[in-house]
Design a protein around this ligand. Structure first.
Ligand code: IVH
Length: 675
């Protein structure tokens, strides 16, 4: 049947209905072949009449051009996370907290889908962008990939001027197993769990790869809606369903916390039968009125909580112990286990953390052991079942030599870890390079583990600084490397020279110094040479830098081999300075605050510190020069004075929002490349 071109929109609408029936209602009205036929017709019409193409056409799901990198999207309001409850007692406490503040408390209990959080924006009924949660303030623009997910409407069934929703992208267990089997056959690294698989598939720069993986979605929250009023979570879910989103059918309205307990009890048993993984239940206050009364902390709302299922335990056998060297040179034992299916995945290995712990738990090779997955993810041995021993079991001892380079193994004062001290140890070098290039560190796009592996194996890079000696033909010679990607990689390496000092400090992988402490340090010590001179005492005076960190920093910078590495990096032109955020650039620069009354989320002095960090001033008295008076509970006379002088008064929520927006602005400034 050949339809006239005037039918093009009708045809699209038909296809949308069939997609909805098939993917969301699981109730197809036509056969797959008939569906394919309709799609083919639409495609033909669009090919012959490209001027009639629309972005919301069902043909637009296949995925277009691959991206160079993801853009960023600033969330309208920060995407919060949830507080966790690990027991019924925690849930009861949550219930009590709400009852103390509110007259009416009823809940919607939802499955906590173990996937990737996503925020979608629709304008006049059309999907305009989709972003990952990111750091809560700024996410990655994954619109092209999201469009390939069949349960995400490109066009809503009911149009409103603007709608922003939040939900979860997940990978059904069956698809996870299919992809992992395929990967195994190809000799590729498998995904550890469906959540990683979903995240990995969503963060593909090439949307065609995302399109090949059957991802699905559940939408559970309206972040913003224009043109319609929504008064409860129950109504939100109904509205989302009406719009054509896939909404989890298991959500349950609970009149009280006992009904929530019933629900979690049923799921504790039934959850493994679901087609997708869940890691708990999200309990949300149903009426929105109560939500605004309860408010939120910087991190999470007070009106919701995530109840996490207790970890499952299984028995298996410890077959062998593998000794691995990590990025910081730590030599750690890994248990090789008789494979066992636990909490949704087959587990064959488990970290044993350190040799002290092994000795303490008296775990021996050949033992029957009890394992669980910490946080439902990381496999761990809880204990050995010593009563089942045959006498053949072998005691585990730390090695005398590094398994990767044969150098001696040392144990530092006050540490449980054994370490390889050879910084050029091949095992350490790869890990160091991967970390050095990673996003939070020098952010060298394209230099992932596979490239590092080859660079080191082919001896193109024998020490970190060698990265900056690489030449085009060397990079092109790597497996699966085209000339364009080689150029891109070299450019990315070149670009990394311009990163601010805090990234370099992070990238060096100094023990106990992560990205946040690196930032704090480099606000005080703005040139790397300063790190060679600074004493432990001076370091420990810097807020948030404790004695352990100070000790680690000093040890790191007194090590001659590290000094050599830094000298080499400098020689190659790597930036070793931090530009202090100019005072005037800070978001609260020039603003004076007066704090009065009791604040809930932080103390007044904590609030004062944050204001100052963001460039603002705190004053003890209100005058015409005051920009804001922050009024907590039972404010004093300063409040009246502010009213009298017409100074802007912020309540705590407004104040916190201001801080959040400002700190997001600082993060952006901080990440700004230095020129
Ligand atoms: S509500 C402000 N509902 O769990 C509250 N979250 O630990 C927003 N999640 O980042 C979240 N299923 O990615 C909510 N039914 C559900 C959920 C859910 C999974 C995830 C979400 C969030 C994380 C919080």
């Amino acid at each position: 049947m050949n339809r006239p071109v005037s039918d093009i929109e009708k045809l699209r609408e038909e296809l949308r209905i069939h997609e909805y029936q098939y993917y969301i209602l699981d109730d197809p009205l036509i056969s797959d072949a008939e569906y394919d036929q309709l799609m083919l017709e639409l495609r033909k019409l669009e090919e012959t009449h490209p001027e009639l193409m629309t972005p919301d056409s069902p043909t637009q799901r296949v995925g277009g051009q691959a991206l160079e990198r993801f853009g960023s999207i600033v969330h309208r309001a920060p995407l919060l996370s949830l507080d966790n409850a690990f027991s019924y007692k925690d849930l009861l406490d949550f219930d009590q907290r709400l009852k103390k503040e509110l007259d009416e408390v009823s809940y919607v209990a939802e499955l906590k889908i173990d996937g990737v959080s996503i925020a979608l924006v629709y304008e006049n009924g059309l999907l305009v962008n989709a972003a990952t949660r990111g750091d809560g303030f700024v996410g990655e623009d994954v619109t092209a990939n999201i469009k390939t997910i069949k349960t995400i409407p490109l066009k809503l069934k009911n149009s409103v001027p603007r709608l922003e929703v939040r939900g979860e992208i997940y990978m059904p267990k069956k698809e996870f197993l299919r992809i992992n089997t395929e990967k195994e056959e190809k000799g590729e690294k498998t995904f550890a769990n469906p959540r990683n698989a979903a995240a990995g598939s969503l963060r593909q720069l090439n949307p065609r790869i995302t399109a090949e993986r059957s991802l699905a979605s559940f939408i559970y929250d309206i972040l913003y809606i224009e043109g319609r009023e929504v008064l409860s979570q129950e109504e939100a879910l109904r509205t989302l369903r009406d719009f054509g989103f896939s909404v989890n059918p298991q959500a349950r309205i609970c009149q009280d916390i006992d009904e929530v307990f019933d629900f979690t009890g049923e799921l504790a048993v039934g959850r493994h039968d679901l087609a997708y993984e869940i890691d708990g239940v999200v309990v949300k206050l149903n009426p929105y009125a109560g939500r605004s009364l309860m408010g939120q902390t910087i991190r999470s709302p007070r009106w919701a909580i995530a109840y996490k299922f207790p970890a499952e335990e299984k028995e298996t056998r410890l077959l062998e112990v593998e000794v691995n060297v990590g990025r910081t040179g730590i030599i750690a034992p890994t248990a090789i286990l008789e494979p066992v299916f636990i909490a949704g995945t087959t587990v064959g290995r488990a970290s044993m953390h350190n040799f002290d712990l092994v000795a303490e738990k008296d775990i021996r090779i050949g033992d029957r052991v009890l394992i669980h997955r910490a946080g439902d993810i990381i496999p761990e041995i809880i204990k050995s079942l010593a009563e089942q021993r045959s006498g053949e079991e072998k005691i585990i001892t730390p090695p005398n030599e590094c398994p990767a380079c044969g150098s001696g193994v040392v144990r530092l004062d006050g540490e449980v870890a054994y370490r390889c001290e050879n910084i050029n140890c091949p095992a350490r070098l790869k890990e160091s390079l991967i970390f050095f290039a990673s996003r939070g560190a020098m952010d060298i796009e394209g230099m992932g583990p596979a490239i590092v592996e080859q660079l080191v194996n082919r001896e193109l890079v024998n020490k970190i600084a060698d990265l900056y000696n690489l030449e085009l033909e060397q990079v092109i010679s790597l497996d699966r490397m085209g000339s364009k990607s080689a150029q891109n990689l070299l450019q990315a390496i070149e670009d990394s020279k311009k990163r601010p000092l805090h990234r370099l400090i992070t990238a060096l992988g100094i023990r106990h110094i992560g990205a946040k402490s690196a930032r704090i340090l480099t606000q005080q010590i703005t040139d790397i040479d300063g790190f060679f001179e600074v004493s432990e005492e001076e370091l420990a005076k810097i807020p948030e830098i404790g004695p352990i960190m100070a000790d680690s920093i000093v040890k790191f910078f007194t090590e001659p081999l590290n000094q050599e590495t830094i000298a080499l990096l400098k020689q190659k032109g790597v930036n070793t300075r931090e530009e202090k955020l100019a005072e005037r650039e800070l978001p609260l620069a020039g603003k004076t605050f007066v704090l009065t009354g009791t604040l809930q989320v932080m103390t007044r002095s904590e609030a004062g510190e944050v204001i100052q960090e963001l460039g603002g001033k705190v004053s003890g008295s209100v005058s015409k020069k005051t920009d804001y008076v922050v009024a907590g509970e039972s404010p004093g006379s300063k409040y009246d004075k502010a009213v009298e002088l017409g100074v802007c008064i912020l309540d705590e929520t407004q104040f916190l929002n201001k801080l959040k927006n400002s700190s997001a602005a600082v993060t952006k400034l901080d990440n700004k490349e230095i020129k």
